[in-house]
Design a protein around this ligand. Structure first.
Ligand code: ARG
Length: 455
């Protein structure tokens, strides 16, 4: 271990498995850029504080930019003692500009703040991208919001007719809240930890706000001890991801049901479907099933990190390194999911004739009761009367709208010929003009509100 960056007080070698177990370079190298930008900003602050002179700063900056170029070009060689991205970059800087000057880079600084800085910068930028993907997804959803009438379900049983656009907008409403939540997460992620040291703060009077500004942070964290072990910004993102992928899974589940032969309301494009190695007839919705499945993984990552943080003593502990992989994986996965979900809805074949065929007139029983209410009948009584109409139509095996006026009047004398209007799906749907309702104008209003938010 004497060869390690921190090896001064060590005489014995590190166990090879322990070295592998301890090292994070395998995954944290993905953040080489953030790590280097953070180092440059820190070195500049040290030069402003008079800890290193201008020439030394310039040498460090030039050297770090070269190291960044090596990562970019794929020529950076990871050495056996490179434990993580911070030590690897510092080791290489020493080779490039000489260790006399490179050795000054880490003045007043700890990997505990570096790791938080890298993660916060990286996550902030990924959140911006995910935000863009989510906006794009919502925009595609809007383009698919046609006003076909379909059965609306509760308990997965036919309930009342609704518009297809209303069903789509029901998910858009959830995704819109996710977008708002994501933007709140961004604010909490985008704070600079630099200048907090390992736990106690910085003794060289560096200006934390100037570093923060240079790195594009909107502010700085409050307390050095809290900062070094705080992963709430990551928990926030993983919670967000759990909620969002949960919505996606419900949306996918509806589409899986709607794409069965029994429903056939929609058909997935070939591009998002797969076949069976055995059954030639199969046309499987793997894209939707994976979208549904990813939510379990997202929740697991959130719960896993929560367990990791529970009862952790104050300040940095190596357990915190376990946050890396859920962060990297969740970002990649949700980004892929958004791409797939976008493609699925953009290319989905929608079959209004199948939706119409799945409607049945008993779904208008509430409308019959409401027709009676308009004639002055108390709703509880109207509910009963309409229920008897449903029972009668089932008993006679005729559709509710095909019962004769005499048959209806035998149930309740208040029925007149204009009850016929209550038996129209269009009338039923168009009656729901409340804000957020399923009438054409109410859905359009929802779409307008969402559009205004997206532009
Ligand atoms: N690789 C470490 C991590 O990701 C960096 C911080 C190491 N700090 C320390 N005191 N050992 O958490």
């Amino acid at each position: 271990a004497a060869g390690m960056l921190w090896g001064g007080r060590f005489t014995g070698a590190i166990d090879p498995l322990m070295h592998k177990y301890n090292a994070s370079i395998r995954y944290d190298k993905a953040l080489y850029k953030e790590d280097i930008l953070g180092s440059i900003a820190f070195a500049r602050a040290n030069s402003k504080a008079g800890i290193i002179n201008d020439d030394e700063f310039k040498a460090i900056e030039r050297g770090l930019l070269q190291v960044m170029e090596e990562w970019k070009q794929g020529t950076f060689v990871i050495m056996p003692n490179d434990e993580d991205i911070h030590t690897a970059n510092e080791r290489r800087l020493g080779e490039v500009i000489g260790s006399d000057i490179a050795g000054k880079l880490h003045t007043g600084r700890s990997r505990n703040e570096q790791v938080v800085c890298d993660m916060r910068m990286w996550l902030r930028d990924r959140i911006r991208e995910i935000d863009g993907q989510l906006v794009a997804f919502l925009k595609v959803i809007i383009t698919r919001a046609d006003d076909y009438i379909m059965p609306g379900y509760t308990h997965l049983q036919r309930a009342q007719p609704v518009r297809w656009s209303q069903w789509l907008m029901s998910y858009a409403a959830a995704f819109t809240q996710d977008l708002e939540r994501l933007r709140q997460v961004f604010e909490r992620v985008n704070l600079s930890p630099l200048g907090c040291g390992a736990l106690a703060g910085n003794p060289f009077r560096i200006d934390r706000n100037i570093i923060a500004k240079e790195l594009g942070f909107s502010g700085i964290t409050l307390n050095s001890m809290n900062t070094s072990a705080d992963r709430d910004f990551l928990i926030d993102f993983l919670v967000w991801n759990s909620i969002f992928t949960n919505h996606v899974s419900r949306w996918a589940e509806d589409l899986i049901i709607y794409s069965t032969s029994e429903f056939s309301f929609v058909r997935l494009a070939d591009a998002y479907s797969t076949g069976s190695s055995l059954m030639p007839n199969k046309f499987n919705g793997d894209s939707l099933e994976l979208l549904r499945g990813k939510s379990g993984r997202a929740f697991g990552q959130m719960a896993g990190l929560m367990m990791n943080l529970k009862s952790l003593p104050s300040c940095y502990n190596k357990d915190l390194q376990e946050g890396w992989e859920p962060m990297l994986d969740s970002v990649q996965t949700v980004s892929d999911s958004l791409g797939i979900a976008n493609g699925v809805i953009a290319t989905l074949k929608v079959r209004p004739e199948r939706m119409e065929a799945a409607l049945d007139k008993t779904m208008l029983a509430t409308d019959v009761a409401e027709w009676l209410v308009r004639k002055g009948c108390p709703f509880r009584e109207a509910h009963h009367i309409s229920g008897r109409v449903v029972a009668q139509s089932e008993k006679l095996e005729v559709s509710m709208d095909k019962l004769t006026l005499e048959q209806l009047q035998a149930i309740d004398s208040r029925f007149t010929a204009d009850i016929a209007e209550a038996f129209e799906y269009e009338t039923s749907v168009e009656a729901k003009t409340s804000q957020g309702g399923t009438s054409r104008s109410s859905v359009l209003e929802q779409i307008q509100i969402l559009r205004a938010m997206l532009d």
